[in-house]
Design a protein around this ligand. Structure first.
Ligand code: UD1
Length: 342
């Protein structure tokens, strides 16, 4: 019998890649998603990749009765992987209550219902943003967290604290919080990838949209940081590596291999690349000339962020394997497919 897993936000960018990985590892997946920032046809693409169509139920996690109803009629979930959240940093600064309501009320409703129906395993989609501007690098899980500079980031930090409190109160409950560094790339099939609505905030979709002609030029936010070429350094990780890590973390939960019932792990490669290095690699890999201009710093950006990824390697037997070239190549193929140029 396949183990049943509930994936919230499974139509989204990281969620959809994880669903593919779960199906390929023989799990039975049910997705709940409100489709606020994703498309239902992702389900068909997942079927095209894996040969299996995941179950899908449209559900807004702010509606607790709806979650309750779903869990009442769909029994037997062994774990929840919780991706569903708003994630636009700038929008969260403009509208903090919308972010706290969606990301935190959604989490609390989900946990209340999970407790009621005895689903005691949770994987949480967190972010390296909880480290703020780190005092030392590479960043290990032992680094202190800081109040993130945006309500989006803070919603991730508070969510981790809520999950930790529940783990302290209930010994039956187990959770792993995965702190992502900078996920980029797309599935090798070119069938799923990141689909930002409106103008992208993040570097890679902005680069690919500029190269395809959707944006006039990329603005490089500052070249006066204390880094090798003055532009900020990030730890970019292929979304397929990230997806595989979720499957490993899930196995750790289901096999009861945890040392404590709340664990935190960084998911990164451990390597940092500057914005200019990413641009240069993009130009080399795709043979596209990128129109870009150096402009002033973006508020809230830190100079350097890259992971100490040893804990996940040790505890999950997982290591990010795909190179920056592969990340960029797959992002570019995806962009071309979306715009019907491939
Ligand atoms: C951002 C969020 C982080 C979130 C993550 C999700 C901020 C401050 N942080 O991380 O909370 O978890 O996305 O993926 O927004 N850059 C440009 N021009 C652009 C876009 C980006 O130069 O048009 C630069 C940025 O200055 C940064 C790097 O590219 O140095 C990466 O930026 P981005 O992809 O937005 O990720 P983060 O800022 O690291």
């Amino acid at each position: 019998m396949k183990k049943k897993i509930l994936v919230t936000g499974g139509c989204g960018y990281i969620g959809s890649h994880t669903v593919v990985s779960l199906i390929e590892n023989n799990f039975e997946v049910t997705i709940i998603d409100d489709l606020s920032n994703s498309q239902e046809d992702v389900i068909d693409s997942i079927k095209e990749i894996t040969g299996i169509k995941p179950n899908f139920l449209k559900c807004d996690l702010k509606n607790k009765d709806h979650i309750d109803n779903i869990l009442k009629y769909h029994k037997g979930f062994e774990a929840i992987i919780h991706f569903a959240a708003h994630k636009a940093v700038g929008e969260s600064v403009q509208n903090p209550l919308m972010y706290y309501q969606n990301n935190l009320t959604g989490l609390i409703n989900l946990l209340v219902c999970a407790q009621k129906y005895n689903i005691n395993n949770l994987i949480f989609s967190s972010s390296a943003t909880v480290y703020g501007n780190p005092e030392s690098l590479p960043i290990s899980e032992k680094n202190k967290t800081q109040r993130p500079s945006s309500p989006y980031g803070n919603s991730k930090k508070v969510a981790e604290e809520i999950i930790e409190d529940l783990a302290t109160a209930s010994k039956d409950f187990s959770a792993i919080s995965l702190r992502y560094f900078n996920p980029i790339g797309a599935h090798k099939s070119g069938l799923i990838g990141e689909l930002p609505t409106g103008i992208p905030n993040n570097l890679m979709p902005y680069i690919t949209q500029t190269a395809i002609g959707l944006r006039e030029k990329l603005m490089v936010f500052g070249n006066d940081y204390p880094t090798k070429d003055g532009t900020p350094i990030r730890d970019y990780i292929h979304v397929e590596d990230l997806a595989d890590a979720h499957v490993k973390a899930l196995s750790r939960l289901l096999n009861k291999s945890q040392e404590t019932n709340f664990e935190i792990m960084n998911l990164g490669t451990g390597n940092g690349f500057s914005v200019l290095e990413v641009i240069k690699t993009f130009e080399e890999v795709t043979q596209q000339k990128l129109n870009y201009e150096i402009t002033q710093r973006r508020s809230g950006d830190v100079p350097k962020l890259y992971a100490d990824a040893k804990l996940a390697e040790e505890k999950l037997n997982w290591k990010a394997e795909r190179t920056l070239n592969e990340m960029i190549k797959s992002s570019w193929i995806w962009e071309q497919k979306v715009r019907k140029q491939l």
